[in-house]
Design a binder for this molecule. Structure first.
Ligand SMILES: [Zn+2]
Length: 149
């Protein structure tokens, strides 16, 4: 069975997609565990290939406990590729669901208000604002959006 990290999304009426839960699947028992914050989710996702998630990484939880959540039709589920780099500090990674639910677009907002939509934008950004080169490189960005289930 393929190990996955995943988040669930719901679409609000104005078309803006809000994440309401973050969850990851245990590599041993395959139960889904809720992750409280996006930051923790990103941390797990960035290390997922080398360091798969297991239930015991959640405090007080083991594989014997029932799953935190089951996949069902009341939510739209999207699957994140494991190994996406943790969002560099000072940047915010944004995921936006297309209106037809066909895919999610991914971009980054920098602290200075610049929006990066592709690798070429990152390179231009680093050229224009060289001070960021101390902290970030192209490898810190991934524009691969999650897959819709
Ligand atoms: Zn488990």
């Amino acid at each position: 069975m393929e190990k996955k990290s995943q988040q669930s999304k719901r679409q609000s009426t104005n078309g803006i997609t809000l994440v309401d839960i973050w969850s990851v699947q245990c590599g041993e028992c395959f139960k889904w565990r809720l992750i409280p914050t996006e930051e923790e989710f990103e941390e797990i996702r960035s290390k997922f290939t080398k360091d798969p998630f297991v239930c015991s990484k959640k405090p007080g939880v083991s594989c014997d406990d029932p799953a935190d959540i089951e996949r069902d039709d009341t939510r739209t589920w999207v699957i994140h590729k494991p190994g996406i780099p943790k969002t560099p500090s000072g940047f915010k990674r944004r995921l936006v669901m297309r209106k037809d639910f066909s895919k999610m677009d991914c971009y980054y907002d920098a602290a200075n208000g610049k929006r990066l939509r592709a690798s070429t934008d990152v390179l231009k950004f680093l050229d224009k604002f060289p001070k960021f080169k101390n902290d970030v490189s192209l490898a810190d960005f991934s524009f691969t959006g999650p897959k819709i289930m």
